[in-house]
Design a protein around this ligand. Sequence first.
Ligand SMILES: Cc1ccnc(S(N)(=O)=O)n1
Ligand SMILES: [Zn+2]
Length: 261
Amino acid sequence: SYYPWGYDGDNGPDQWHKNYPIAKGRHQSPIEINNKEVHYDRSLLPWFASYDPCAAKTILNNGKTCRVVFDDSFDRSVLRGGPLPGVYRLRQLHFHWGSSDDHGSEHVVNGVRYAGELHLLHWNPKYSNYLDAVRRTDGIAVLAIFLQVGKTPKPEMKRILEEINAIKTKGKEVPFPNFDPSILFPKSHDYWTYHGSFTTPPCEECITWIVLREPIIVSSDQMAKLRSLSKNAENEPDLPLVDNWRPTQPRYFRMVSASFL
Ligand SMILES: Cc1ccnc(S(N)(=O)=O)n1
Ligand SMILES: [Zn+2]
């Protein structure tokens, strides 16, 4: 039977392993990224995203996050380079955020928590489909971008946040045409990379993480907009969708490489 995992006490991150044993694995995400433990790897290549704006399909609230879904039926919007062996197809993007501006990101950098974190999820087309890819250690690549609250927000975030009112409650999905997510990228492409897992159950250890050093700036109002989403369905009592982030997991014997000095 489907186990309704969540982020609150009884069904929260500390309980996930009871129904999803991989959650106690040795390659879990997110992790703490600390300068002292990072290894500069000068052989790391720059990464490139070539996204087709027409691949964007819908934006939805699944009760756990706000997600934009893309057509991944062929190599239409792809990520390549960096630590990746080939092209990976963009499938969806989604966010993690807190109940206030001082926390909400999943990865933590030198003790710094950001207000939120944007994940662009891509899968390796050498596997027949996404579900096959999630069973492979090189199956998935997630580009992670921190959201930092500041005075001069990125105008490109507006398009996504304008749709929030249409997907207030769980199960709502509306068309989201003509959107190229690379407009959300920060100036610098500097990144850390390591091997890890999905940060939500079943927590498969199939992800090459590419975590950008430079956050994008959002306004406090924009974060409040994300927090106005509800995790309940339309006709249920209102439960704010906030704090949908997993705490950092043990790094064990994993190397975190940096593309920059
Ligand atoms: C299970 C799952 C699905 C999509 N995205 C993620 S995440 N947060 O690791 O990118 N996890
Ligand atoms: Zn995520």
